[in-house]
Design a protein around this ligand. Structure first.
Ligand SMILES: NC(=O)c1ccc[n+]([C@@H]2O[C@H](COP(=O)([O-])OP(=O)(O)OC[C@H]3O[C@@H](n4cnc5c(N)ncnc54)[C@H](OP(=O)(O)O)[C@@H]3O)[C@@H](O)[C@H]2O)c1
Length: 229
């Protein structure tokens, strides 16, 4: 296993939910965390975690966040793409506004962050990318076909970067959870909240994946609270 000590990870969605749990777990594991959030002033900076403005709907904010991270920490060894949204969009929805928003936030933004951070991840020789996808990237888990399409796309993105950057020591993992008890998960009535996966348990898995050595690449991890595999 690699050591988390002083490794630098950029984490999106760190304001709440799964991203918050990931940021907390990484800090506890000795990482230094650069948290990308829409309202950084709301959070307390420490020597282990810095908050920078990042809005997935504003591509330039990704460039600025990376530049600020390098200025603050000097390097980036890991990227955790966690931020994501779900909006109503079925096979029969004619208005594409929700679909377009999901593409921007769930696919185009994390892909852009991967592209921007890759030179740093490659330079480290042990770069890590974790994309929080969903079981909806593996199957059509609900009628929200637009969400599933973006998550299937992120499976492709994860495979693409793994193949491209493997020789440079970068390992990319798709994390595919079912229902997780967060603001997003709590919106579902299919599973009782007590039976949903806890964000902290998912964060534990992500922390472990980030510390796997180059000789133990992890293409994907399915973490589910349902017996559907
Ligand atoms: N919860 C589940 O059941 C579940 C299951 C499978 C996969 N997932 C995936 O897990 C990831 C995290 O979900 P979650 O359950 O933690 O959701 P959540 O509790 O709703 O939190 C969503 C996070 O994404 C951020 N975000 C949304 N739009 C953004 C934007 N335009 N720019 C920057 N940040 C933005 C939010 O920031 P603000 O606080 O600023 O809004 C928040 O930090 C998502 O990719 C989701 O698809 C979740």
């Amino acid at each position: 296993m690699l050591s988390g000590t002083d490794r630098v990870a950029m984490v999106t969605g760190a304001s709440r939910g799964i991203g918050r749990a990931v940021a907390d777990r990484l800090v506890a594991g000795g990482f230094r965390v650069s948290a990308g959030v829409r309202e950084p002033a709301k959070f307390t900076q420490t020597d282990r975690i810095a908050y920078f403005r990042y809005d997935a709907e504003e591509p330039k904010s990704a460039d600025a966040w990376l530049a600020a991270t390098i200025e603050r920490f000097g390097t980036v060894q890991a990227l955790a793409n966690v931020a994501g949204i779900i909006r109503p969009y079925t096979l029969y929805t004619e208005d594409d506004a929700n679909f377009d928003e999901m593409w921007r936030v769930n696919v185009k933004a994390p892909l852009r962050l991967i592209r921007l951070t890759l030179p740093h991840l490659k330079a480290s020789g042990e770069g890590r990318i974790v994309n929080v996808v969903s079981v909806s990237g593996k199957m059509l888990a609900s009628p929200v076909v637009g969400y599933a399409a973006t998550k299937h796309a992120m499976m492709a993105v994860t495979t693409a970067v793994r193949r491209d950057a493997w020789k440079d020591g970068v390992r990319a993992t798709a994390i595919c959870p079912g229902f997780v008890l967060t603001d997003m998960g709590a919106g579902s009535t299919r599973v009782a909240q007590n039976d949903m996966t806890k964000a902290e348990d998912l964060a534990e898995m992500i922390h472990t994946v980030l510390l796997m050595p180059n000789t133990a690449g992890v293409p994907e991890v399915i973490v589910d609270c349902l017996d559907q595999w």
